[in-house]
Design a protein around this ligand. Structure first.
Ligand code: SAH
Length: 230
């Protein structure tokens, strides 16, 4: 079995282990196909590429991390993407999650608060030929109003509370997937659905550990992104 195949079966195994929390035995086939198509090693620093197909997070510099593949797959699944959709991502990091989403929707907009990472991710995505992803340096607490409303919003850093702007910029019927909790403490991956009347329905999915959202209401600290607790 090669690295990618092993990673795919590790994701399937972890989905199965967490089936009671996530409410399904398997993720959407479109999502699994998208994960399979994205060369994760391209998103890691060269000296860490040997970790690319492990089902774990990895450091990408500046105290930030590329999320665990299982979490990337799960969050992509929870968004219930459609090929015609437009998604906003908060926390571009390496650009890996954005690349996976770009296979599932028409257009991905991604915000990264650290300029150095945002420029690097933008260059990387361009070089790899992902031409339906637009990356910008900015604070995701305020969303990205110009391209709203979105058919889904994904936040890949832990928020102390759910930013109102993100709910505002969500289309009715669309979903926000976001880890909520204290930095380096317990965080819940939350699924928020915006109803036709503008009200929201929230569901807790499972405990996770993401680097904190900075800017808006957060603080600057370090840690691992997207590592699930079993
Ligand atoms: N999705 C990334 C991993 C995310 S790590 C990937 O696939 O590689 C979380 C990222 O969120 C970090 O790069 C961090 O700098 C960024 N971030 C933290 N707070 C943010 C904010 N308020 N707005 C936008 N990005 C933020």
């Amino acid at each position: 079995m090669n690295g990618l195949q092993r990673m795919m079966s590790d994701i399937e195994m972890e989905v199965n282990l967490t089936r009671h929390l996530i409410g399904k035995d398997a993720l959407d086939e479109r999502v699994m196909a998208a994960i399979k198509q994205v060369p994760r090693h391209e998103f890691l620093p060269e000296d860490l590429r040997y970790l690319a197909y492990n089902n774990g997070p990895a450091p990408i510099g500046l105290g930030q991390t590329i999320s665990q593949p299982y979490i990337v797959a799960l969050m992509s699944d929870l968004l219930e993407t459609k090929p015609t959709g437009t998604i906003l991502e908060v926390g571009t990091g390496s650009g890996y999650q954005a690349a996976v989403l770009s296979k599932l929707v028409k257009q991905v907009y991604s915000l990264e608060i650290i300029e150095e990472l945002s420029i690097k991710a933008q260059k990387r995505l361009e070089k790899l030929g992902y031409n339906n992803i637009t990356v910008r340096t900015g604070d995701g607490h305020f969303g990205w109003i110009e391209h709203s409303p979105y058919d889904g919003i994904i936040v890949t850093a832990a928020a102390a509370e759910i930013p109102h702007s993100l709910i505002d910029q969500l289309r009715a019927g669309a979903r926000l997937v976001i880890p909520v909790g204290l930095p380096y403490d317990y965080q819940e991956l939350m699924l928020i659905e915006k109803m036709a009347n503008g009200k929201t329905l929230s569901r807790k999915i499972l405990g996770v550990s993401f680097v904190p959202m900075t800017g808006g209401y957060g603080r600057k600290t370090k840690g691992l992104a997207g590592r699930s607790h079993e």
